[in-house]
Design a protein around this ligand. Structure first.
Ligand code: SAH
Length: 329
């Protein structure tokens, strides 16, 4: 395969074949990778412009019913303090964020059945009534009726990383979850009219370059509105504690290829890449990403939302995050 022709195709249509995706993922010289990243940057500029979108992340609960083998807040982990933000506190925080000028609130949590469909709908309804903000949800897999109720209450977007487009890898990472169900949820969310976010970790245990090609093909074929891509980071209190961290280089190649095959999807420069490399988020923004998600979870809760250790921005107060993030952009 010829790199010049591939780069041209990346910039013109992005309709890459599996062989082309694999070729790009296997590039290993610094100059070749820089060309791929440069193509993604050009595609980002042409399709999304130069604005960086800001999304306020609020981690409302670290209580989780699932056993995902990589995740620090998995149900069997007894070493963490579990919290739940009371609904009123979430709504009050949303109003403050609105006052600060933030335009989107992303509420994320473990899979926590404590928040009934009605409770969440009530929170969404109040935020939509009292603020101008778009509401994004990231609560994992729920019944279609919950997703429908939340859409009717005014929710705009839903993030549900597909985690692994390859069925066997998905199973190896999620002993108590079902691949078909995850994919089904993504399709339901789209049918209900949500803007849908997919995504995956890079360097997850057992993941090889063929699996990553499956993920890029998935992005190419499903065309999510958003895609969250960050490195895998081992957590000491999980069965995968000893598995190595994903690399910055492969994460950037994946961000670049996702930009190339989706053209205009919203791509966050994730906290995870910022956690393994000081300039990680800036590098992602230069490789096709166009969103940042500063963490506005109240400090007393934030330290406990430890899906992986040494998370960035774990102790800074929100005012500092705001100025720091603007500076970085
Ligand atoms: N329960 C929600 C939110 C999960 S946390 C859901 O199911 O969607 C958000 C994301 O963090 C997950 O989708 C996963 O991709 C990522 N994550 C979890 N553990 C991680 C780890 N150890 N390293 C890097 N990312 C991780």
């Amino acid at each position: 395969m010829n790199l010049d022709i591939l780069i041209q195709k990346c910039e013109s249509t992005g309709a890459l074949s599996r062989d082309e995706i694999l070729y790009a993922l296997n590039l290993d010289s610094k100059t070749d990778i820089a060309r791929l990243i440069g193509a993604a940057d050009a595609v980002r500029k042409a399709n999304c412009g130069d604005d960086v979108q800001i999304r306020a992340l609020v981690e409302i609960s670290n209580t989780c019913a699932r056993q995902c083998l990589y995740c620090g807040i998995r149900a069997p982990n007894t070493h963490i303090h579990r919290y739940r933000m009371p609904p009123d506190e979430i709504v009050e925080l949303a109003k403050e964020l609105d006052q600060k000028g933030l335009r989107t609130i992303v509420m994320q949590s473990g899979e926590d059945p404590y928040y009934t469909a009605e409770m969440v709908a009530d929170i969404i309804g109040k935020i939509k009534r009292d603020t101008q903000m778009a509401v994004t949800l990231c609560f994992g897999e729920r019944p279609e009726s919950d997703y429908r109720l939340w859409k009717q209450a005014g929710a705009d977007r839903y993030l549900l990383r597909h985690e692994a487009a390859n069925r066997e890898l998905y199973k190896a990472l999620h002993p108590d979850s079902d691949y078909g169900q995850r994919m089904h949820c993504l399709h339901i969310l789209r049918r209900l009219g949500y803007q849908v976010g997919a995504g995956c970790m890079i360097g997850a245990p057992g993941q090889g370059v063929e699996h990553l090609a499956d993920d890029i093909e998935y992005f190419r074929d499903f065309q999510p509105d958003m895609a969250g891509i960050g490195p895998y980071i081992p957590h000491p209190d999980t069965p995968f504690a000893d598995h190595p961290t994903g690399t910055v280089e492969m994460t950037l190649k994946m961000v670049a290829l996702t930009r190339i095959v989706t053209r205009n999807a919203l791509l966050p420069a994730t906290t995870a890449i910022g956690s393994i490399e000081e300039r990680g988020r800036e590098m992602a923004l230069e490789a096709g990403a166009d969103v940042v998600m500063p963490n506005y979870t109240p400090l007393k809760y934030r330290v406990h939302y430890e899906i992986y250790p040494n998370k960035r921005c774990i102790t800074e107060d929100p005012a500092h995050c705001d100025s720091c993030m603007r500076l970085r952009i």
